[in-house]
Design a protein around this ligand. Sequence first.
Ligand SMILES: NC(=O)c1ccc[n+]([C@@H]2O[C@H](COP(=O)([O-])OP(=O)(O)OC[C@H]3O[C@@H](n4cnc5c(N)ncnc54)[C@H](OP(=O)(O)O)[C@@H]3O)[C@@H](O)[C@H]2O)c1
Length: 332
Amino acid sequence: MSRNYTVAIVGATGAVGEEMIQVLERRNFPVGALKLLASARSAGKTMTFKGETVTVEELREDSFAGVEIALFSAGAGISRRFAPLAVKAGAVVVDNSSAFRMDEAVPLVLPEINADDARRHAGIIANPNCTTAVTLMALHPLHRAFGVRRVIASSYQAVSGTGAQAIRELRAQVEAIASGNPVETSVYPHQIAFNVLPHVDSFLENGYTKEEMKMQNEARRIMHHPSFRASVTCVRVPVYRAHSVAVNAEFERPVSVEEARGVLAKAPGLELVDEPAENRYPLPLHAAGKDNCQVGRIRVDCALDNALAFWVSGDQLLKGAALNAVQIAELV
Ligand SMILES: NC(=O)c1ccc[n+]([C@@H]2O[C@H](COP(=O)([O-])OP(=O)(O)OC[C@H]3O[C@@H](n4cnc5c(N)ncnc54)[C@H](OP(=O)(O)O)[C@@H]3O)[C@@H](O)[C@H]2O)c1
């Protein structure tokens, strides 16, 4: 990249948007001008990029004049309405929401897996669901070596995956409980502090949630593996940052722990943390704030043939959102 670009962040004041600002700065992305867009509530607020103060503007239909790269993270409704306007104004859009992920005309990209797909874009590139992204960082290298058929998985998802309001809700509930005050809930249907909720996203007719079906549907597109199957239970846990997933994966070919470790140790964007005798395994507290996802607890599944059980943790605000979006922008 030899010149600087005019970049807009839509949803700049949110949990993902704030990370995007930091990732652009940390990776020294060639930003000529940065436009920070959010709702009318945030217009006039200031944020800092490379030591300079940038004022947040209200997102409007004419916000994209001169913008070359637009990173969207303000929800699917905003993306559906404003991403086409950004493309019309000449920008390439990288969208974090679910709005375009299953649109065949829109590439769905995890750069470590299907970077080439990004080059076939017609203006919009979609960023995968965060739990799917973290899981695939470990699953895809194993798929390339052994051919994955299906997975059964349970997620342990941090509240920051729901956004800035959910982080505040967990903090307020912990403080209320510690000081003997009544707990208030607004983001989640039940108390999240000192609890786990087997409910992420809305329920579908088949009994799964939308979040749970994303693992199968999005992984099929990213891995170019249309017969891949995934049965997932997504669980919200009182962790501030970084998702974890317990995965049981069945393969076409036999697989040993040694072979799996060999494959995973070489996988890009992934750190092998698998010394159970030393109490070393991936933890959300250790994965938080890190670009790499972590994999460990690797063992041969005792209830399935040609199968492994493993545990993966990853910062969903980074690999599942802001980092992946900036990596895509770097590709295009
Ligand atoms: N959190 C994650 O780990 C994660 C991971 C992958 C994908 N995503 C996706 O990223 C998107 C944002 O998630 P988040 O967690 O960052 O949510 P968030 O913390 O709630 O932030 C939402 C952002 O959208 C802005 N916004 C809301 N309504 C708007 C409007 N009418 N016009 C303009 N801007 C508006 C908000 O601005 P105000 O501050 O002014 O309200 C804020 O900047 C969602 O689509 C989510 O599915 C999130």
